[in-house]
Design a protein around this ligand. Structure first.
Ligand code: ATP
Length: 300
């Protein structure tokens, strides 16, 4: 599949702190690429480097097979950090400023407002918009001129549950509507799991994994366990090299690298029983992105 965005050994320091450390990422065209990482992991800095908004200390970025430059940037739309919108202007007037700068037809405003479901609110002042509406207007602005790559940095930050649902459905339909590739950065793993086709995970500035989501989840099995002595069992499993967590119901949850179920569960059961643990529950679960994330971080 052709690559929309490629970085090679991208590195950025702020004073002595390495914010982005030797990151080589590849975002296939038409992907919805979930760019995951905790606060401060280096997501925004990577995206700013990719857009040429920051200069890298070393490494390089290619957009659509070319080094980032004047000819590649018009093909990219971005929403990075808080969007700056004029509250005293209407949604349409805000969009019109960028439309004129880009030399686009008036029809472009109707097109992007329809995509983000703001056609009927376009003549209202932005000062009266909810946060979710403002985020969607900022995405509409990023869509002006039909960019082939759209970069959304934490688009669900601060949204209420309804705003999150709207944003999720917007993200899902964007590639189909505009044929675009999408990069969505987030620390909300469950949100990303619902929309992404590919994921990249950044931790302390380093890209720990990058894979199609199906392949990532298909390589693992989550095993849920309850014993009489969870603390002792957790210690045993931890010493045996398993990444152990407690799930919401207070059971132990392990994620193994075994994709098939007997090889995932049999050694765990044998280990616990062999160490005289009273095992009264063992069940296999489809792993989630959260499991995969914690496993990757634990192995880092
Ligand atoms: P968040 O989700 O909190 O936005 P992030 O993954 O986007 O986090 P970055 O904003 O890229 O993380 O920050 C990575 C690291 O670089 C952090 O430790 C941050 O404090 C530091 N950093 C980012 N920008 C600057 C700057 N302009 N000057 C100094 N340090 C910075």
């Amino acid at each position: 599949m052709p690559i929309a965005l490629q970085t090679r050994s991208l590195t950025k320091r702020f004073a002595r702190h390495i914010a982005v450390d030797d990151v080589s990422m590849a975002v296939p065209t038409q992907a919805i690429y979930g760019f995951l990482g905790a606060n401060g992991a280096g997501k925004t800095t990577t995206l700013r480097l990719a857009l040429g908004l920051l200069r890298a200390d070393s490494g390089w970025v290619e957009l659509f097979g070319r080094r980032v430059g004047r000819d590649t940037l018009p093909r990219v739309g971005a929403l990075i950090e808080n969007p700056s919108l004029y509250p005293h202007l209407t949604g349409r007037e805000n969009l019109d400023i960028t439309r004129r700068l880009l030399g686009l037809d008036h029809g472009e405003i109707d097109r992007v407002l329809a995509i983000v479901d703001l056609a009927s609110a376009g003549r209202q002042r932005v000062g009266g918009y909810s946060l979710g509406m403002r985020q969607r207007l900022a995405i509409a602005r990023a869509l002006l001129g039909r960019p082939q790559l759209l970069i959304l940095d934490e688009p669900t930050n601060g949204l209420d549950p309804e705003g999150i649902v709207d944003m999720r459905s917007l993200i899902r339909r964007l590639p189909a509507t505009d044929g675009a590739t999408l990069i969505v950065s987030s620390h909300h793993l469950a949100e990303i799991e619902q929309v992404a086709t590919h994921v990249g995970l950044i931790h302390h500035g380093r890209l720990l994994l990058e894979q199609p989501l199906d392949a990532l989840l298909g390589q693992q099995t989550a095993v849920e366990i309850a014993t009489d002595d969870l603390v002792a069992s957790a210690e045993l499993l931890d010493r045996a090299g398993y990444a152990v967590a407690y799930d919401l119901s207070g059971r132990l949850l392990l994620v193994t690298a075994s994709p098939d179920q007997p090889t995932a569960s049999a050694p765990i059961a044998a280990l616990l029983v062999g160490e005289r643990q009273v095992l009264h529950h063992l069940a296999l679960r489809r792993p989630t992105l959260e499991h995969a994330y914690h496993r990757a971080i634990a192995a880092a």
